[in-house]
Design a protein around this ligand. Sequence first.
Ligand code: ATP
Length: 239
Amino acid sequence: MCAEPLLRVEGVCAKYGDFLAVAGASFEVPAQSIVSVIGANGAGKSTLMDCIAGVHKPVSGRILFKGEDITGLSPNGVVAKRLALVPQGSRCFTRMTVEHNLLMGAYPKHARAGRGERLEKVYELFPMLREKRKDLSGSLSGGQRQMVAIGRALMSAPELILFDEISLGLAPTVIKDIYQRIRAINREGVSVVLVEQDVARSKKTSAYSYIMLRGEMVLSGPSKELDDEKVKNAYFGVR
Ligand code: ATP
């Protein structure tokens, strides 16, 4: 796809006990791009993202970020390389205010300088978060919490963000809104991996798509060129 991608995942395998959840998955993310990883429930998408983010240790394969092997780094080590994960389920610290949640994202050493400016940028991107900055995150709606989770990732000054099924359980209008912000984040130069079950939405937003099935990438190509029928068959494992 590209000679020197920002992220290169090479043949990653990951297990839960004896169960192989990721079975030699490979994919690439060129700098400044939006890439989709699409797959049904249980395809292994979250496990793969967790491997990249240092949350789950792969049993084999390599993860290269900016040409450097980051396989097996701790989650903090990965964030320090400027790679952030927005995990599934809009996780935030519910007993902390919105602003404290956001500032937690700038806790890593590399992210402390310029955190005031980044906070301002997050508030420009999500004006609702500025309005609610003193409210406890636990009082927010699901969509608003998702915005906090995205804002917190941005506070770590990432060059690449992995969004793991951020639309799960949200109303269509909220999803549309969040996707617009993701495009705006990308326009600012941050590369994006969109993990999705929704084929149409992720294809529409990304330049390149990978379809994941049973732990492997079974189809990939420029999102606009991928044939819908082939995508459907790959998604459901129809031969
Ligand atoms: P979803 O869209 O449902 O999140 P996914 O594509 O992200 O699915 P994973 O969550 O990575 O898939 O799960 C891949 C496989 O690993 C599934 O079969 C799942 O049941 C299994 N799995 C996930 N987490 C665990 C765990 N903690 N222990 C055991 N098996 C797990």
